[in-house]
Design a protein around this ligand. Structure first.
Ligand code: CA
Length: 231
């Protein structure tokens, strides 16, 4: 799969190109909107919204009009993207900076799978994981909507902080699987977190309280946490 990376920040571009190449992707780097629009033959686009020569939203709209390749936006803030999505409806997913490389690869694979599934290969087996990161995910009585960053239980919206939402969304990527504190810190906080793992426990505690039942998030002694609908 060939990925077009549109990013003017040299240090981000270099590390993403290096990482994706190591993961087996072909990567073409464009540092401007004009270079992005001149590119051809790619299967997916990673698009930074803040470009030097053009508004990233215009680049998105124009890329969308000339290719069906899925677009993942790289945005500075989640709130900024919600507004953009409403206006453009051109992007397939987004990753908020700063992102962990692992998160980026997970999004690329999920969007890639979804695009394939939507095509001729409709019989692809489901893995039980949250592959589709833009459609609301149903987990028992809970509905988790990553696109709007909203959570509902039994139809009632649950008000979460940004970190609580990120934590819940990460645990929900694999229902029933145990996620270690280190894994959670790397994915929800930062790829290079060296702080206390107690941070995770504190957020799990506040999240449980808001979800109305301790049973949603189970602690697995000495390992980590798993998300499961209460029995
Ligand atoms: Ca930029």
């Amino acid at each position: 799969m060939k990925i077009l990376l549109v990013e003017d920040d040299r240090s981000i571009a270099d590390s993403v190109v290096e990482g994706l190449t190591a993961e087996g992707f072909l990567v073409e780097h464009a540092a401007t909107g004009a270079a992005a629009l001149a590119a051809t033959g790619y299967d997916m686009v990673l698009l930074d919204l803040g470009l030097p020569d053009m508004d990233g939203r215009d680049v998105c709209r124009q890329l969308r009009s000339r290719s069906a390749a899925p677009i993942i936006m790289l945005t500075a803030r989640a709130e900024e993207f919600d507004r953009v999505l409403g206006l453009e409806l051109g992007a397939d997913d987004y990753v908020t900076k700063p992102f962990s490389f692992r998160e980026l690869v997970a999004r690329i694979r999920a969007v890639g799978r979804r695009t394939v599934d939507a095509g001729a290969d409709a019989g692809a087996p489901g893995s039980g994981a949250a592959d589709d990161l833009t459609s609301p995910q149903q987990i028992g009585a809970m509905v988790l909507d990553r696109r709007t960053r909203r959570v509902y239980i039994g139809g009632e919206e649950v008000q979460l902080t940004a970190k609580e939402f990120d934590l819940l969304a990460f645990l929900a990527t694999d229902i029933g699987a145990v996620h270690t504190r280190t894994e959670i810190l790397e994915n929800v906080w930062d790829a290079h977190w060296y702080g206390p793992t107690k941070t995770v426990d504190a957020h799990v505690a506040s999240l449980r309280k808001k979800l109305g039942s301790h049973e949603w998030i189970q602690a697995v002694r000495g390992v980590g946490f798993r998300l499961e609908p209460p029995a």
